[in-house]
Write a protein that binds this ligand. Structure first.
Ligand code: SAM
Length: 222
């Protein structure tokens, strides 16, 4: 399954940035919610998990121009685009599966956007625990991701919303097909389970700062 996700993003990398707004409703407010949650930190050391081409990384860099930033992704081609975008910076890159990688540093701000929903629930829980372990005290983990509906009925509403949003976008049919295909690789968890896992692991001040159908931003502190 991980190979399928990696292949899908390697293939999508060239056109990835071009069609993001058409794939994600309210993209600006969604990503900016993450950035806003970091604004009290002064020059935080930042880790971006599943950073891809660096869309969120770029916004964080604008907010924290002197921060040390590390991007992790298992797709070489997605990271290559980030490397090109940020060639005048000294960002660090880790090309790895973040479930397996042995992180040996600690961070003040750990973020992830639209990546963790590719893991099984068991892997998500494990990752949330490992993120907690590598956060500095007072640090924060902010995740902008997708959830499953709390019931079959609400999941149906989410699916209808995903499809009606995509259907009305003025982009080539080929791109819509690619996005629909990629969605078959998604394994989002329920929001209620996610909040419970965070609390069980020991995150403090766990709260949801944005939610629009399946898109949400959650944060918890150490
Ligand atoms: C939808 S893209 C999101 C990229 C970026 N965060 C953004 O907001 O545009 C998901 C990214 O997560 C990466 N990814 C998924 N599972 C991963 C894993 N287990 N380890 C490392 N990267 C992973 C994919 O390769 C892909 O680049």
């Amino acid at each position: 399954m991980e190979e399928k996700v990696m292949d899908a993003f390697n293939k999508a990398s060239n056109d990835y940035d071009k069609y993001r707004k058409q794939a994600i409703p309210n993209m600006e407010i969604y990503y900016n919610t993450v950035v806003k949650l970091t604004q009290e930190y002064e020059n935080p050391k930042i880790l971006d998990l599943g950073a891809g081409t660096g869309i969120l990384t770029q916004l964080l860099h604008q907010q924290h121009p002197n921060s040390d930033i590390t991007l992790v992704d298992m797709s070489t081609k997605m990271l290559d685009i980030a490397r090109e975008k940020f060639k005048t910076t000294d960002f660090k890159y880790i090309e790895a599966n973040y479930i397996e990688y042995d992180f040996n540093e600690k961070y003040d701000v750990i973020v992830s956007s639209l990546s963790i929903h590719h893991l099984t629930d068991e892997e998500k829980h494990l990752l949330y625990k490992r993120i907690h372990d590598i956060l500095n005290h007072g640090g924060v983990f902010i995740n902008a991701d997708q959830v499953n509906g709390e019931t079959d009925y609400t999941e149906e509403l989410y699916k209808k919303q995903d499809e009606s949003y995509l259907a009305k976008q003025d982009i080539p049919e080929k791109e819509k097909k690619i996005l629909r295909q990629r969605r078959t690789l998604d394994k989002p968890a329920k929001l209620s389970d996610t909040i419970n896992w965070y609390k069980q692991i020991g995150y403090r001040n766990v709260d949801v700062y944005y939610k629009y159908y399946r898109y949400f931003v959650i944060a918890g502190e150490k």
